[in-house]
Design a protein around this ligand. Structure first.
Ligand SMILES: [Zn+2]
Length: 317
């Protein structure tokens, strides 16, 4: 199998052309690892993805779906077989295994190798060729254990409410939003109030078995809870309805480990991506003979893996 970069990642397998998270309108088939906009496909692409990812993509545009595959399911396209496995990044996100006469290849998309309160971490898949994301592929990014970050978040929520202010998170509408709601549901007996887009996404994913208790902030009950103040507000924008309580804004991103985030009262290094150790472990355990790194610290991670004796190189998307 041949891996090419440029206008999106392209794999040539037999006579199939397989595009990976490519925005460009293209021929061949398009594997979509998850529904974040930087991975979203063109309108006419023949998409293969999970039902959960399709469900979120449909909320924001019209797309052409060739085939929806469940985790663990394997589908045939000519002489190529494609299967999807959880990647732990957001609800519905997947890694893909492509197998054919020319060998086998895994494309991870964005991965998180650690379990979260709502998702299982990604497990390494074996293949000859591996395309691995490298967002945090630098030894400067080693995150604390997720349980520790969760405990800090919960402590901060309780303290904020005790001091008469409303704890609020400005987070990605798909991913961190559901994780924060899941965390509130699991450990606190107070409502999670959601902004419009987060409510839409979370509601639509509930059809796929992800039941997360939340209240739209603009519903009568939501507004009442917000006025009363004993709640957590989860929003994709830094907007909030009027209230006599001051709002304390928090960010939740891996970058908070090394950077001060302006305009926030608190920041937690909670990431939907694996850290450096998680990525190195994935690369080693995959047993891949050839590793391509994409995104983020791709060059740095490639150098590190080569020092460990692996055949690794960074490629442009
Ligand atoms: Zn993503």
């Amino acid at each position: 199998m041949e891996v090419l970069g440029g206008r999106g990642l392209l794999v040539k397998a037999g006579n199939q052309r397989i595009w990976l998270d490519s925005k460009a309108e293209n021929d061949g088939i398009s594997l979509v690892s998850h529904a974040h906009s930087d991975h979203a496909p063109g309108r006419s692409n023949k998409i293969i993805t999970t039902p959960e990812t399709a469900c979120v993509l449909k909320l924001f545009g019209s797309h052409r779906f060739e085939k929806l595959i469940q985790y663990g399911e394997r589908v045939k396209f000519g002489d190529i077989r494609i299967s999807a496995y959880p990647s732990g990044h957001v609800i519905g996100s997947s890694q893909f295994l492509v197998e054919g006469d020319g060998g086998s290849l895994v494309y991870t998309g964005d991965i998180n190798t650690y379990d979260s309160v709502i998702l299982k971490g990604a497990k390494p898949l074996g293949s000859e060729t591996l395309i691995l994301e490298a967002t945090y592929g630098s030894p400067r990014y080693i995150f604390p254990a997720r349980e520790e970050i969760y405990a800090e978040i919960i402590r901060w929520i309780i303290e904020t409410i005790r001091e008469g202010e409303i704890p609020a998170f400005k987070v990605y509408a798909l991913g961190k939003a559901q994780e924060i709601i899941g965390l509130i549901n699991a450990y606190l007996k107070i409502p999670a109030l959601t902004s419009f887009t987060i409510d839409r996404i979370t509601e639509s994913l509930s059809q796929h078995g992800f039941k997360l208790d939340h209240l739209p902030v603009n519903s009568p009950e939501g507004l009442e809870a917000f006025r009363q103040g004993e709640c957590v507000y989860v929003s994709s924008k830094k907007y909030s309805p009027p209230s006599k309580h001051r709002i304390r804004w928090a960010a939740a991103t891996g970058w908070a480990l090394r950077y001060r985030l302006n305009g926030f009262d608190a920041a937690f290094p909670l990431s939907g991506h694996a850290d450096f150790s998680g990525l190195v472990r994935y690369a080693e355990e995959s047993g891949a003979e050839r590793i391509y790194l994409v995104y983020g610290f791709a060059e740095e991670l490639a150098r590190h893996l080569r020092r460990k004796g692996l055949r690794a190189e960074a490629i442009e998307r």
